[in-house]
Write a protein that binds this ligand. Sequence first.
Ligand SMILES: CC(C)[C@H](C(=O)O)[C@@H](O)C(=O)O
Ligand code: SF4
Length: 467
Amino acid sequence: MQARTLSEKIWEAHRIRDVDTSTLLYIDRHFVFEVTSPQAFESLRDAGRQVRRPDATLAVADHNIPTLEGRTEMSASEDGQAQLRLLRENTTWAGISYFDMNDRRQGIVHVIGPELGLSLPGMTIACGDSHTATHGAFGSLAFGIGTSEVEHVLATQTLLIERPRTMRIIVEGALPFGVTAKDLILTVIGRIGTAGARGHILEFAGPAIKAMSMEARMTVVSMSIEAGARCGLVAPDQTTLEYLKDREYAPKGSDWDQAVAYWQTLFSDDDCQFDRELTINANEVEPTVTWGTSPEDTLPISGFVPDPADAASKNGRDAIQRSIDYMGLRSGQPISDLKIDRVFIGSCTNGRLEDLRSAAEVVKGRHVASHVRALVVPGSTAVKQQAESEGLDKIFLDAGFEWRESGCSMCVGLNADQLGWGERCAATSNRNFEGRQGAGGRTHLASPPMAAAAAIFGHFVDVRVLK
Ligand SMILES: CC(C)[C@H](C(=O)O)[C@@H](O)C(=O)O
Ligand code: SF4
């Protein structure tokens, strides 16, 4: 048989038929949440249709829920309340399992899918959210879709999708001490740009990826979307199996054995062809932060705010100037000099247990700078509980951090957790667009240890000199 890439194997296994340049794919798992589903359910009902496979669909409240203790639907914003009520009503109508904000299985959809063993190798997964790619860390094809496609998946359990091209990034070497998966993916995006993987399924491979935990792989893959990729993935291996074994919804007994036998066929064949390939050396990656308003605006911690004059084109000069103005910076300023007002540790990119552990390691025995307000928002209720059982909450609280209930929170500011106008935030999330964390807010993306260190010192510091 012809050599195939991992994504081609999964694609073929789910292909119902080709329609021009697109393919109708069967979808194994569909996740829905409050923001992008109300309209989809409404038009479904208007058309007199049912949900095709409620058993393969799962709903969770995550984006706009409050994060203060004792939260209820009524404590969400007005829009939030309506969306949460609709999600509750729609899932009851359709017979879909719904994890509401106080369910023990609740969390950011891209945290709980993997955590509960709902996102498995070889699957096709869809969700009305761009960071759905995250689930690809398990060797699945996970598509972020729009609301009209949510309706299509609800109605048919299929997705009509343009056949993407394939790209592979091989990460050679090993991440140096103090450098994380977040620094790697920020460096990749800094190098290839936010359009660097546009229209491609992006596979990450190589020794540095193999050496990563599942949580670190999820960090990398979640941000493949910021490089423009249609989705991202990593071939399943022993690390994947160990993570999934005995998870609540993972297959058990002989089903597990059968699944593992199939999963072991899921890799890119030796002599397969990718449309594009790129090699990155992990040894060269440094702690990295963003300075501007696009995830490609990255700098090593030793870097300086760029000068528009150095850009090759007028568009480039204008873009840098605009970012500098919005972010309140000066060209040539050391990135480590910026005064940080707020710190956000959380999100589907960096809100997992290992992220909280690595931040707590930096925070332990230290105190948040007096002018900084810092927030930790665990990616799921299970992450929160596990962190508490390890005493991480105490480390953060003793240091002056706020310790919240799980949700998307200040990653996107759809609830009350927002930056004030002009406030500068070190955030472990994935997007630094203008106003992303609240109108006029200024976001610098960083790893959990780097964000934690920024909270302590009130400006960015190189975590490597702290340890
Ligand atoms: C609200 C939702 C549709 C959005 C997305 O699609 O990604 C959000 O999760 C984000 O990260 O910007
Ligand atoms: S944590 Fe942020 S990036 Fe992830 S799904 Fe929520 S809003 Fe989107």
